[in-house]
Design a protein around this ligand. Structure first.
Ligand SMILES: Nc1nc2c(c(=O)[nH]1)N[C@H]1C(S)=C(S)[C@@H](COP(=O)(O)OP(=O)(O)OC[C@H]3O[C@@H](n4cnc5c(=O)[nH]c(N)nc54)[C@H](O)[C@@H]3O)O[C@H]1N2
Ligand SMILES: Nc1nc2c(c(=O)[nH]1)N[C@H]1C(S)=C(S)[C@@H](COP(=O)(O)OP(=O)(O)OC[C@H]3O[C@@H](n4cnc5c(=O)[nH]c(N)nc54)[C@H](O)[C@@H]3O)O[C@H]1N2
Ligand code: SF4
Ligand SMILES: [Mo]
Length: 669
């Protein structure tokens, strides 16, 4: 095959969902560039994806199916054929269902690929088998829920509108690490004279881009938002006309809640000086078109949804949605356009099937009543990424659990498998992608043949369905057929845009006129008061780390620039073991009695972990930051990695993860 340029989409779980241009020759990807025609990412990629070809053609790619021969978790395998692998799996599943029922088997997956077909590939099969189903709560469902509590299904503000804003808050978003393309819009706003503030719990690299930085105590941003609302109301900086026309419950909030949130009290809760709270409130209230871009960090706390709910009230009371450039972006609503209903579990089960919170994987795998007997993991690496690692690994180590892992690499989870199946990378399969950070969608066509004998998620599921005796013609469809079906059933995508999508172009969906003011709630207004909820008005409640979690330090396990959750670990060529570390400020390091390079033990009720110390002035007092979710081989601890310290406690609503709502004690080793 001669040299060709083929458009694609970055498949990773990142709000940017960049447009790609792959240079392909002789069934090899030579180079990966950004697609300049992409409306949000405009031709650039982050450092992780610049050499995606090194992941695609990595010598570590799994190429053939494997069968376990050593003890669970030892990683001792022998090669087998696909035929044998599929027969074995089908037989084990059938036996389990006959003996114990569909509830003895469970698929576990997340967003190794964000492609709508490959991500949900197992649902049509496992729904028919009556398997146990988990929610998709490991990331930040409380953020989505907090927005919905006030705004229902209203569209989030287009990020590109930010360039028209005069006051931007990057709130709990380390944009330079996790959402770099938003900086284009931030810089465009700055160029027109906008002020940019960052709200975080320590001085991240993104803070260097800000006019002013607010550092809160972890899990207290809800109180900060209520404090700002208090000042806006007290100083008559609210937009009464907007509130009268479009907001429900502001008077109740003013009467019942806001009096308690004086700047002094909020300062005591959040650690932010009262003068800075006053300054932020004034700047926000006096801005013509303030824009908040909300990240996920603050939603990963026991009070995550309540926090997002309180912040979501801010643009409502100043009438920001009526102004070009004003508003709030929590998540973009790509599913309004391109939706994956044809892959949905409920559709294939023919009923609404209850879910359990996926962060409870450890509990589910170790329960003694009606135990799970067969586990099918794909597109996820829970031995590393799931909280409460000790319990998760105890579950995965069960000799009586038959585990299949479909993976691109020999991850720590794959090491626990009875059967490992080799998975394609995104460029070896067809799929269609939405973004959750803007309104662009795109199709990524198969650009090269699968590496080795690897198969896509959907092709593997089709084989399994056949081997299980399922004759439904749904499983005769290819991924490309499903993309066609899916777009046929996406009535909000105009026909000419469907044609563009099929042509491989990244397509920005046109938001409806007046989209920010079309409030999709029951009252058709912004609902500060929502009588359906246990707490009808926004309130601040303490995070777990102030109540049930114990330890002197808050532990923040922040994303690392080089990896994305545990993806891209294969790209780390420097195999020294110091990738994981504990960043402390100088005073805390001195009080523990350690200097850079010393080993410390971090421990709490969940477990313990040893790490080398690094010092950084920007880390807040009594806070320890550890970057990245590393594979065990890059861990500074022989037995565990970061999630041995995190817990499976849930968020207040939506059964989400609370990765950052964790306390630890630290002692020198
Ligand atoms: N390089 C890289 N990029 C990534 C990822 C990665 O691992 N690496 N992961 C991807 C995924 S899956 C996701 S979900 C997104 C997440 O990306 P973001 O939405 O940016 O979320 P986080 O980076 O988890 O947290 C954002 C910031 O919140 C801060 N924070 C933590 N607790 C609080 C708090 O209580 N209050 C405030 N104000 N701030 C707080 C953290 O210090 C961090 O700087 O990034 C995606 N992009
Ligand atoms: N301590 C701590 N833990 C965290 C986080 C944190 O910040 N701190 N972040 C959390 C967040 S926000 C998230 S979203 C989760 C993500 O956690 P996971 O869902 O486990 O995501 P990854 O670690 O990226 O693992 C995805 C795996 O899918 C594989 N994969 C990629 N493409 C395909 C494919 O097409 N088919 C198959 N079968 N496999 C494929 C990749 O090789 C990779 O091993 O982690 C969470 N865990
Ligand atoms: S990981 Fe995110 S920023 Fe990087 S290329 Fe992919 S979508 Fe773009
Ligand atoms: Mo995530």
């Amino acid at each position: 095959m001669s040299k060709q340029e083929i458009n694609g989409v970055c498949p990773f779980d990142c709000p940017d969902a960049c447009g790609l241009v792959l240079t392909v020759e002789n069934n090899k990807v030579l180079k990966v560039n950004g697609n300049p025609k992409h409306a949000f990412t405009r031709g650039t990629l982050c450092p992780k994806m610049v050499h995606y070809e090194d992941t695609i053609h990595s010598p570590e790619r799994l190429k053939i199916p494997l069968k376990r021969v050593g003890p669970k978790g030892s990683g001792e395998f022998v090669p087998i054929s696909w035929d044998e692998a599929v027969k074995t799996i089908a037989q084990r599943f059938k036996e389990s269902i006959e003996k114990y029922g569909g509830h003895s088997i469970m698929p576990y997956s997340y967003a190794g690929t964000m492609g709508l077909i490959q991500k949900a590939a197992a649902f049509p099969l496992f729904a028919r088998l009556g398997a146990v189903r988990h929610n998709r709560g490991i990331c930040s469902p409380a953020k989505t829920y907090g927005w919905q509590m006030v705004m229902g299904d209203t569209f989030g503000t287009r990020p590109q509108e930010m360039s028209h804003s005069d006051f931007v808050i990057l709130w709990s978003l380390n944009a330079l690490a996790t959402d770099i393309h938003i900086m284009h819009d931030v810089n465009a706003a700055k160029a027109r004279g906008a002020k940019v503030w960052v709200v975080d719990i320590y001085n991240t690299t993104t803070c260097t881009q800000a006019d002013e930085v607010i550092i809160t105590k972890p899990g207290t941003d809800g109180a900060l938002a209520l404090g700002i609302l208090h000042i806006l109301e007290r100083d008559n900086l609210v937009n009464r006309q907007f509130i009268d026309n479009y907001v429900v419950g502001f008077d109740e909030l003013t009467k019942e809640i806001l009096p308690q949130y004086t700047p002094e009290k909020v300062s005591a809760i959040t650690g932010v000086p009262a003068e800075q709270i006053e300054k932020l409130a004034r700047a926000y209230g006096m801005a013509k078109a303030p824009f908040i871009r909300l990240g996920s960090g603050l939603s990963r706390y026991g009070n995550g949804a309540a926090t997002v709910r309180a912040i979501t009230c801010l643009p409502a009371v100043v009438g920001a949605y009526k102004k070009l450039g004003g508003g709030l972006l929590s998540d973009a609503k790509g599913s309004f356009y391109v939706n994956d209903k044809i892959m949905s579990w409920d559709v294939h089960a023919g009923k609404v099937v209850p879910t359990f919170p996926m962060v409870k994987l450890g509990e589910v795998l170790t329960k003694s009543e009606e135990p799970i007997r067969c586990l099918y993991v794909y597109s996820s690496n829970p031995a590393i990424t799931a909280p409460d690692q000790n319990l998760v690994r105890r579950g995965l180590a069960r000799e009586d659990l038959f585990t299949v892992v479909h993976e691109r690499f020999m991850t720590d989870t794959a090491k626990y498998a009875d059967i490992v199946l080799p998975a394609t990378s995104s460029v070896e399969a067809d799929d269609i992608y939405n973004s959750y950070g803007h309104y662009t969608s795109g199709i990524g066509y198969k650009a090269i043949e699968p590496v080795g004998e690897s198969k896509s998620n959907w092709d593997t599921i089709r084989l399994l369905a056949k081997a299980m005796g399922i004759t439904d013609p749904f499983f005769d469809k290819t991924a490309l057929d499903l993309i066609h079906d899916l777009l046929d059933q996406s009535p909000n995508v105009p026909d000419e845009l469907k044609t563009k999508l099929f042509g491989g172009e990244p397509v920005e969906m046109p938001v409806p006129e007046n989209y920010k003011m079309n409030f999709k709630t029951r009252s058709r207004k912004i609902e500060i008061l929502n009588p359906e909820l246990a707490e009808p008005l926004p309130v601040f409640t303490a995070p777990h780390s102030d109540t049930v979690a114990h330890g002197e330090f808050s532990l923040i396990n922040a994303p690392d620039l080089r990896i994305l959750d545990s993806s891209f670990n294969e790209r780390i060529f420097d195999k020294n073991k110091t990738l994981m570390g504990a960043w402390l400020n100088p005073a805390d390091a001195a009080s523990i009695g350690v200097k850079p390079g010393d080993m410390v033990k971090l421990y709490n009720e969940q477990g313990s972990l040893q790490m080398p110390v690094h010092i950084d002035d920007g880390i807040s007092p009594k806070t320890v930051v550890s970057y990245g979710v590393w594979w065990q081989r890059y861990s500074s601890d022989p037995k565990h990695s970061i999630n041995v310290l995190t817990s499976s406690r849930l968020t207040d609503y939506a059964e989400g993860s609370t990765f950052y709502d964790v306390k630890v004690d630290i002692t020198p080793l």
